[in-house]
Design a protein around this ligand. Structure first.
Ligand code: ZN
Length: 229
């Protein structure tokens, strides 16, 4: 390819999937990264991860915004501290209480608005369907439908939401991240704590299982569990 790379916006929460997605976006485009705090338990830690990952990947253009609606609405263990975050037992059997109602629509709306202002043609999001908690806003059909909304509701109708990881197993995402030099050491996945990852929430369990399957050690530290491969 020659010339200036095309612009893209990537949603970067600071978790391992969004980190790999950001590394892909940075490889293939002139990437700008957006982070949204929404009153979730670990928002300070996640914002710190976002900044560190952007620094490492050389993503200079950044947008950090707050969404107060999701916390005010509640209905999720991530935004309502009276609902405990459960230890992981039955991933995939039903939609867990850590689901934040229609959250990704809020995130995508912010990213698409910014993409329109920047003149970016793509919005990257690291949604994963397999090896996930079964959140409905991580399904391919949801992104197909959302792309129709974006086409109908933007000036030029040319922004596309892309989900490069959606069909991958989490262990494959780790392998891809290693190829791309994604800084897993800087990522944060835990739902509950901000100092050391708990190791027992759905997000920690899925992450640890993926690193085990990939045959490498997770570089972050956990409270009271072993994370050696
Ligand atoms: Zn955890």
């Amino acid at each position: 390819m020659s010339g200036t790379p095309s612009r893209a916006v990537v949603l970067l929460s600071g978790g391992m999937d969004s980190c790999v997605c950001a590394a892909l976006a940075a490889r293939d485009s002139d990437a700008a990264a957006v982070h949204i705090s929404y009153g979730q338990r670990t928002e300070d830690r996640e914002r710190k991860a976002f900044i560190a990952i952007c620094d490492r990947l050389g993503i200079h253009e950044r947008l950090v915004v707050r969404n107060d609606a999701l916390r005010a609405i509640g209905g999720s263990a991530l935004t309502d501290t009276s609902i405990p975050v459960p230890e992981s037992h039955s991933i995939g059997e039903e939609i867990p209480v850590t689901y934040v109602p229609f959250r990704n629509a809020h995130f995508l709306s912010v990213a698409v608005s910014w993409a329109e202002v920047l003149g970016a043609g793509k919005v990257y999001i690291g949604a994963v369907e397999q090896d996930s908690s079964g959140y409905p806003d991580c399904r391919p059909e949801y992104y197909r439908a959302f792309n129709l909304v974006v086409k109908a509701g933007t000036k030029d109708g040319r922004i596309e939401i892309v989900t490069p990881l959606i069909g991958m197993r989490k262990s494959q995402i780790i392998s891809l991240g290693l190829e791309l030099g994604a800084p897993f050491d800087l990522t944060w996945s835990c739902y509950t704590k901000g100092d050391r990852a708990c190791g027992v929430c759905d997000s920690c369990v899925l992450r640890l299982r993926a690193f085990r399957e990939a045959g490498i050690a997770d570089p972050i530290r956990y409270a009271g569990v072993t994370n050696r491969a």
